[in-house]
Ligand binder design. Structure first.
Ligand SMILES: [Zn+2]
Length: 327
């Protein structure tokens, strides 16, 4: 059905392209076939029909916390009871819930990233909260929208427990969907060079060259973001102490400490459009870019890709420029 959506994107590779989309959006395309015993890895059951799931929609990656209903055949279907969150909001909701005074302040309310409200619904000793989406009007006022979901007791604990698995899916989706969609969009801006048509598509090193180039481009964004974040969150810098820089966290933190502290935030701050444009501009002259434009993202081991980013970050020295902008 949604194959029709992608046909026309690429005549030569339309069939292949269709398969790639199928793989990436398996959660949406095979929704009717999902049951509790065959959950895809992007979904975690929090109990009583409530799920956390990583979804892709209109070039973006989202984390849903949503109630699913079960039909007579045991297949799961999403209901309207749920919220769709940007990954950075999902992550902040998890941390906000850890300090939320559910048991001590009956009327507690917290606003997370101007995007979602946490309301206390705790009636007895079991923590219970509702998450409700906020909408910002043009005049900067906020109002609540009907997107809402309730979490109770063990569901909240399971939400925390699902963090690693969901974050792995988020990283994979940001790369293999959010970035991929933008890269393909950028590639279409350049005219096809007929001289490159005779290139032997079976030559494997092209794939690795592109992957390494993508690694460097993303690393460049991540490194810059980490150094901005470490300064902006350094207590001494915030207080305007410019002497004794040696004792600043922004200077004395090891690369490993900086990476662990700021990588996730840095990732959420990457401008994917800009990154895609840089990567395509750097590689458009390579004959294999168009050949690998789908495979690069669907065949890539995203877990290894991010390990590589960390390894390169830790080994990066300030004197050696890895910047993809310097080329
Ligand atoms: Zn500092």
């Amino acid at each position: 059905m949604s194959l029709a959506k992608v046909s026309g994107n690429s005549k030569r590779k339309s069939e292949k392209h269709g398969q790639a989309v199928k793989k990436l959006c398996s959660n949406e395309r095979t929704e009717h076939e999902i049951s509790l015993s065959s959950l895809p890895k992007n979904m975690v059951h929090l109990g009583e029909g409530l799920f956390v799931a990583v979804n892709t929609f209109q070039k973006e990656t989202r984390v849903h916390i949503r109630v699913y209903s079960t039909d007579d055949n045991g297949f799961l279907h999403p209901t309207k009871e749920g919220v769709s969150l940007k990954p950075e909001v999902w992550s902040s909701v998890l941390s906000s819930l850890r300090t939320f005074p559910a048991l001590t302040e009956p009327d507690a309310v917290t606003v997370v990233k101007k995007d979602v409200c946490i309301f206390n619904q705790t009636g007895n000793s079991q923590m219970c909260v509702s998450l409700q989406r906020l909408f910002q009007r043009k005049d900067n006022s906020f109002h609540l929208v009907p997107e809402r979901v309730i979490l109770r007791g063990v569901q909240i604990e399971r939400l925390w427990d699902s963090y690693n698995r969901i974050f792995t899916c988020v990283k994979s989706s940001l790369l293999a969907y959010t970035l991929k969609e933008r890269v393909n969009f950028e590639i279409r801006k350049y005219p096809v060079d007929e001289n490159l048509d005779g290139w032997d598509a079976d030559t494997p090193q092209g794939f690795e060259e592109l992957r390494d180039s993508l690694c460097k481009c993303l690393l460049d964004f991540i490194s810059r973001k980490i150094s901005v974040l470490s300064k902006s969150e350094c207590i001494d810098c915030k207080q305007g102490f410019l002497f004794n820089m040696d004792v600043h966290d922004c200077v004395s933190f090891s690369k490993k400490q900086n990476f662990d502290a700021y990588f996730e935030k840095a990732l959420y701050n990457v401008e994917w459009d800009v990154l895609a444009a840089k990567f395509v501009k750097l590689n458009i002259h390579r004959p294999f870019l168009r050949w690998f434009q789908d495979d690069l993202f669907t065949e890539m081991d995203t877990v290894k890709f991010f390990s590589k980013i960390e390894e390169m970050y830790l080994n990066e020295t300030p004197d050696v420029s890895l910047s993809c902008f310097d080329l």
